[in-house]
Design a protein around this ligand. Structure first.
Ligand SMILES: C[S@@+](CC[C@H](N)C(=O)[O-])C[C@H]1O[C@@H](n2cnc3c(N)ncnc32)[C@H](O)[C@@H]1O
Length: 257
């Protein structure tokens, strides 16, 4: 994938941010001049441009990848109203828990988990793709809406641009209360436009037995895998328990210690 950084306009502050991002991601910075984004992309033969705007960064090519808490907001509202969230139930989340989210994506699940674990808990979130990790981390760190409740929650999430395959073996036994996987589904539901935007960048490999065993070693209480309700992954990986799915397209495989 060929990607370069530019700015939404010729502005000194944006340019210095763009140059720093180019260095961090080890990709070229291209001066915007007054050229249209499509022309710039064609001239440099790029798949995507990472565009630094005044208050956000986006990846624009055939699709647009941008971070927004919108996927998590309705779930946070329902939790505040006392309703149950299937992921929270599957993980058995409690205040004070440490969560290892192995598949950050756009961070909606990490945000919901961070809201439940509270100020004494923590979410460490891994993302193998450097662009997704960057866009989500930037969004989490620079969120500045009116919603101070969300801002407090975001501070409990640490994003690492790492693959769980290499991160899990480096972790001590029982070092995270729960370990969570939400990989790209084997057969996609093709519904979520946010996930469609992730698709060109995302890692698509299935969870291996080796990584699951590592996760089980690292987890103090349980490991959870989200998949579609008809997925064969739960039987392939011998889940101890599968929840959800009766009224939903989604299900959770659980391995309890
Ligand atoms: C379905 S998305 C996760 C969505 C996320 N739960 C959310 O709420 O936004 C799956 C993500 O996991 C990432 N991923 C896949 N394999 C990975 C690996 N081995 N290590 C870390 N991240 C991985 C993909 O790149 C993708 O961004």
């Amino acid at each position: 994938m060929k990607v370069a950084v530019t700015t939404s306009k010729e502005d000194l502050l944006l340019i210095s941010r763009a140059e720093a991002i180019a260095a961090e991601l080890d990709i070229p910075y291209i001066k915007r001049r007054r050229t249209s984004l499509d022309k710039l992309r064609n001239e440099h033969n790029l798949d995507y441009l990472l565009i630094v705007e005044q208050d956000r960064v986006i990846l624009k090519g055939a699709t647009i990848l941008a971070w927004h808490p919108s996927m998590a907001v309705p779930r946070l509202k329902e939790l505040r109203e006392g309703k149950q969230d299937p992921m929270v139930e599957a993980l058995g989340l409690k205040p004070g828990y440490s969560v290892l989210d192995c598949t950050l994506g756009l961070g909606a699940d990490a945000l919901v988990a961070a809201s439940i674990v509270g100020e004494n808990g923590h979410v460490t979130a891994l993302e193998a793709d450097k662009y997704i990790a960057f866009i989500t981390k930037w969004g989490l760190q620079n969120f500045s809406g009116q919603n101070t409740h969300i801002q407090t929650i975001l501070e409990r999430i640490t994003v690492l641009n790492r693959s769980y395959d290499e991160y899990l073996p480096s972790q001590p036994d029982n070092s995270h209360d729960v370990v969570y996987f939400d990989p790209m589904f084997r057969y996609s539901l093709k519904k979520s436009s946010a996930l469609n935007a992730l698709r060109p960048f995302a890692r698509h490999e299935p969870l291996t037995e080796v990584s699951l065993q590592e996760a089980f070693r690292v987890a103090r209480y349980r490991v959870v895998l989200k998949e579609t309700s008809k997925s064969l992954e739960f039987s392939r990986l011998k889940a101890h328990l599968v929840t959800g799915g009766r009224y939903s397209n989604l299900a959770y495989g659980i391995w309890i210690k």
